[in-house]
Design a protein around this ligand. Structure first.
Ligand SMILES: *Cc1c(COP(=O)(O)O)cnc(C)c1O
Ligand SMILES: [Zn+2]
Length: 430
């Protein structure tokens, strides 16, 4: 099989697939991975992917929800693939969540079901596979938490040393715990995420460490499979909308690329529209969208949704393209809306971390303002697991004053049967 290659979106330079730079060596622009056309398209390609999903692949790379789509991810990686496996996440329908959002058909693609609890694993299996292919001696990333957790786990799998840089006080406890537990060298920096990324970007080039932030184009190849997999789960009948939380814009960019390729290869016959949802306190992309992308914004970010607490998104240019090419929209929701959406998703028995709930809050807002129709078919992506950020849950339900409308306060009782009976009765009558 002939090799893929990398293309610079800024200066059109083409470099080999196995070049070790995370950015264009000529202009420092962002790179894009391009693949040779697969041997088949349309129904035959769908059948190839559908066969691999079937019974015979309980083990090996094709049991992964990423590598099942190998021809569109990294065709030549065959014998060095590093996989848990990951992906194969559920597509959930919950009437309570649809009703809250005002949607007739809202499905939730729960990426919290990945090995380390977020979609980052889909990008990391490809990124760390590529690190091994190019003979990297160490890997590094800046992270709001989940990238670090994922890199730490996949580096352990690869037997590579990992360096993770996180902003002090702005990382949910579950994520920091994972980075430490999986054995990454973890640096806690006084500063925000954007500064962490700037520094690790500069340091990795100088020290020859392979950078695995989402500026790395191989990460995005893996993250495209969220879209391929959800289309496959819908028997290749595309929804009207795909809604995704947006921080550093890696996923928004990956989704746009995936949809463009799915259409070009006739996996689907029409394009769903993309909706990227930011937190109002960290919404530079939404600000640019409102101005028709006339200019790029940078902000000092502040949101409870730490995974999208980003003020200068690295994949801005790629994401603009994704929104334009899918006739997409970008919006922002407040922290209170995010937390209410999260409480609804949690109480439906699903659960997700705060950033993930931005997609559901975004669906409600876009239906209310008429952008999304009430009968449109919608898939919202839940990006991370509920246990990533237990402190936010505890604060919402147990501590916040006055209690928010959906707070579920624990009731403290004396150790008597009568108190239990009283509470049980109250429980049965409500
Ligand atoms: C990384 C992450 C995001 C943001 O994704 P981007 O690709 O940076 O826009 C959203 N939610 C969760 C849970 C994440 O880990
Ligand atoms: Zn370039």
């Amino acid at each position: 099989m002939s090799a893929s290659w990398q293309h610079c979106a800024s200066c059109a330079q083409e470099i080999p697939e196995t070049d070790t730079h995370a950015r264009c060596p000529r202009c420092q622009g962002l790179l894009e991975v391009r693949h040779p056309a697969p041997a088949t398209t349309g129904a035959a390609l769908r059948a190839l992917f559908d066969d691999r999903r079937g019974g015979a692949n309980h083990r090996g790379p094709y049991s992964s929800g990423v590598w099942r789509f190998r021809e569109l991810v990294l065709p030549t990686a065959a014998d060095c693939i590093l996989t848990y496996p990951e992906g194969n996440t559920p597509l959930l329908a919950r009437p309570a969540v649809s009703a809250w959002a005002g949607a007739r058909e809202l499905l939730l693609k729960h990426e919290g079901h990945n090995p380390t609890g977020s979609f980052k694993d889909r990008g990391m299996t490809v990124g760390v596979t590529q690190a091994r292919r190019i003979g990297a001696t160490a890997v590094a990333c800046a992270s709001t938490g989940n990238t670090g957790a994922s890199l730490a786990a996949y580096a352990a799998l690869a037997g590579l040393p990992a360096l993770v840089i996180v902003p002090k006080g702005k990382v949910a406890v579950g994520k920091l715990a994972q980075a430490l537990a999986y054995g990454a060298r973890t640096l806690v920096m006084r500063g925000n995420f954007d500064r962490c990324l700037e520094l690790v970007d500069a340091a990795s080039e100088r020290l020859g460490v392979y950078l695995l932030n989402s500026i790395n184009p191989f990460r995005l190849e893996g993250q495209k499979t969220i879209v391929f997999e959800l289309l496959q789960q819908l028997d290749w009948e595309p929804p009207d909308w795909i809604v995704v939380p947006a921080g550093n814009l890696g996923n928004t960019a990956a989704f746009g690329k995936a949809l463009g390729e799915a259409r070009a290869l006739e996996l689907i016959s029409r394009l769903p529209r993309l909706a990227a949802v930011q937190a109002a306190g960290a919404a530079p992309f939404a600000a640019s969208f409102r101005e028709g992308f006339a200019r790029r914004h940078r902000v000092e970010p502040h949101t409870v949704a730490t995974a999208i607490n980003i003020g200068n998104p690295a994949s801005y240019d790629r994401a603009v393209r994704a929104i334009r090419e899918t006739d997409g929209v970008v919006t922002a929701v407040s922290d209170d809306e995010i937390l209410e959406a999260k409480a609804v998703v949690d109480a439906a028995g699903i659960g997700c971390e705060p950033a993930s709930a931005a997609s559901v809050a975004g669906v409600r807002q876009l239906i209310r303002d008429g952008t999304i129709g009430t009968t449109d078919r919608i898939v919202a992506v839940l990006t991370g697991h509920i246990l990533k950020d237990p402190m936010t849950v505890t604060f919402y339900h147990q501590e916040r004053e006055p209690p928010p409308p959906r707070a579920n306060r624990p009731v403290e009782i004396e150790p008597t049967l009568s108190e239990i009976e009283r509470e049980l009765r109250a429980c049965l009558t409500t």
